[in-house]
Design a protein around this ligand. Structure first.
Ligand SMILES: [Zn+2]
Length: 337
């Protein structure tokens, strides 16, 4: 799309690879573009940012750009044979090392070092992406240090790490760190819709709000079907047709399903909080609610505050390791009142 377009001065080039556009990350792109323009790329980078904000995509874009004869800054041409191979993730000189069973193992590092001792097959620069370097333990890290400090000629190493996790100092000191940041809401929605055509705009918006600028996390949440489950819970809370006994039975059953979410329970709490917050807005200014939520007419603003507080309390109790099932039951009964 962007390949032949003339970019007016001062405007940024859109960065694509394999049909995927990198959104946000202006600072990272700016730093890398500058290094490329001055011919001073580091030999090892660490892309550090939250999960799911485009670290791998940026690595692939950089890999394609350094190997494309007609790249403009970070934007590869997308047409030459090297670009086509990178776009398909089928370039023989692009290596990805990912954690196996939760960690990057010393055997993986040894295998990589052996590969690097041979010249690249066809690329100007072989690019090695080592993902989630924070999972690497001391022993494996030690075996990588020499390579990291001085990779064989024609090799570029790109490491990624989750910004909330600790990376060994010995690794940090041998890489140039490039920070990546959460995306804004619009960018998140755009990525979510692009990555999964089954997700509608409304759900995408909810997922984007929930995942705090990480479309990757949003897509993971979608897989867990937590949004439809929350809709079921909301349906139960708003249902005024059932008798008290019928309702109690359903609450207990639903609380059990909620408790089974375990570590993902806070995500459901987050969704419920969004529902009640939107309900409160709807109650105070109904004209602002374009989508016409299905809120209960008998709730006033005090009710909404009580319910929002109940969610906060439940979350705190979970943090203190209270009985999960009991916390869910009490919460559901309070929300339904
Ligand atoms: Zn190219």
């Amino acid at each position: 799309m962007s390949a032949e377009k003339q970019i007016p001065e001062g405007e940024e080039e859109l960065l694509f690879i394999g049909g995927k556009q990198l959104l946000g990350q202006k600072q990272a792109v700016g730093l890398l573009t500058k290094s490329m323009a001055s011919g001073r790329l580091a030999h090892a980078y660490l892309f550090r940012g939250p999960d799911g904000v485009g670290k791998q995509l940026l690595a692939r874009i950089l890999a394609a750009a350094v190997n494309c004869g007609q790249a403009k800054g970070m934007a590869a041409c997308g047409k030459c044979s090297s670009c086509k191979k990178f776009a398909l993730s089928a370039h023989p000189d692009f290596e990805i090392v990912s954690p196996e069973k939760g960690a990057i193992k010393i055997s993986q590092v040894r295998e990589l070092i052996k590969k690097l001792s041979f010249a690249p097959y066809e690329a100007k620069m072989r690019v090695v992406l080592i993902e989630d370097i924070h999972t690497m333990r001391q022993e494996a890290a030690n075996s990588l240090l020499k390579t990291l400090e001085e990779p064989p000629a024609d090799n570029l190493l790109i490491l990624t790490a989750d910004s909330s996790r600790t990376v060994l100092q010995t690794i940090l000191s041998r890489c140039q760190t490039i920070p990546l940041y959460p995306l804004n809401a619009e960018e998140s929605v755009e990525v979510i819709l692009r990555e999964n055509s089954e997700i509608g705009p409304k759900v995408a918006k909810t997922l984007a709000r929930l995942s705090e600028g990480s479309p990757g996390r949003a897509l993971l949440l979608h897989q867990q079907e937590i949004v439809p489950f929350c809709e079921k819970v909301v349906g139960l809370i708003c249902d005024r047709e059932k008798t008290a006994d019928q309702y109690a039975g359903l609450v207990l059953q639903t609380a059990e399903q909620m408790a089974e979410l375990k570590e993902d329970l806070p995500v459901l709490f987050g969704l419920l909080r969004l529902f009640f917050r939107d309900g409160l807005v709807h109650h105070c200014s109904p004209e602002l609610d374009g989508e016409g939520g299905k809120y209960r007419k008998d709730w006033n603003s005090d009710d909404y505050f009580v319910k929002l507080q109940a969610i906060d309390r439940a979350e705190k109790e979970l943090g203190r390791n209270c009985n999960r099932l009991l916390v869910c039951e009490i919460l559901l009964f309070t929300l339904q009142k």
